[in-house]
Write a protein that binds this ligand. Structure first.
Ligand SMILES: O=C(O)[C@H](O)[C@@H](O)[C@H](O)[C@H](O)COP(=O)(O)O
Length: 233
């Protein structure tokens, strides 16, 4: 079983402070070692208060590149766009925010294009920060016809296009996502989730490991680095 450390908080605010502090430390260490930091951030609701806290930190933002770890295939000015939320918070403070999609509607082609964009970045990421959906998806590694592509793409492949099946109600659109190999190549992996139901789901997914039916269980089963999981109700 993987090495997972759980960090529990009483409130969203407490979790946001702690996670923002941890990410600040990751950024500082990366810049000290390599003069640059590459971070992949999740979309969805949970990370938003953490984005806000993190952006208040006085860090050398000009040396920080942030990408979405997954993206919904929607116009970049759509409320559903993950990079839009990242850009809104981190562009004004000087970070470099790199979209991983353009306006390609076909998800397979969008995946190829995202992969090409990511091949231009200095890899591996210092951090891949993940969330988890209540269906057990992480990044945009979903159940459906493209699950195997996302899990078992060749190691050098950084992103693929996916059509979730069933489509998630909160954003029922095709996606591109970091592959399992790209996620696991990160120097650090951090997960943030909220609510008792997700906690039980993730605990079970980790316990089931390779035999988990949930995408997150399949991803984490191959992690070689310890994973920090931050949770609040
Ligand atoms: O773009 C996405 O859909 C995400 O990156 C996704 O993996 C997210 O992390 C989970 O769906 C959790 O979302 P919530 O935090 O909103 O529950």
């Amino acid at each position: 079983m993987i090495e997972a450390e759980w960090w529990e908080y009483d409130s969203v605010d407490e979790m946001a402070n702690a996670v923002a502090g941890d990410i600040g430390f990751i950024v500082d260490s990366a810049i000290e070692a390599r003069n640059a930091a590459l971070l992949a951030f999740p979309g969805g609701e949970t990370p938003m208060p953490i984005y806000t806290k993190l952006a208040e930190a006085s860090l050398p933002w000009k040396r920080v590149t942030i990408i979405p770890g997954d993206e919904r295939l929607v116009p970049m000015d759509s409320e559903l766009s993950n990079v839009r939320a990242i850009a809104k918070t981190f562009l004004p403070i000087g970070a470099r925010v790199v979209p991983i999609t353009g306006d390609i509607a076909d998800h397979k082609l969008a995946g190829n294009s995202a992969d090409a964009r990511l091949q231009d970045l200095s890899w591996p990421p210092d951090l891949v920060w993940l969330g988890m959906g209540s269906d057990g998806h992480t990044a945009s590694i979903f159940a459906g016809p493209d699950l195997d592509d996302a899990l078992n793409a060749p190691k050098a492949r950084r992103a693929v296009g996916v059509m979730p099946d069933p489509l998630p109600p909160e954003a029922p659109v095709a996606r591109v996502t970091l592959t399992r190999a790209a996620i696991l190549s990160a120097r650090t992996i951090l997960i943030t989730i909220r609510g008792q139901q997700k906690r039980e789901l993730l605990e079970q997914a980790i316990e089931d490991g390779h035999s988990s039916k949930l995408p997150i269980g399949r991803v984490l089963a191959e992690a070689e680095q310890p994973i920090d999981i931050h949770w609040c109700p």
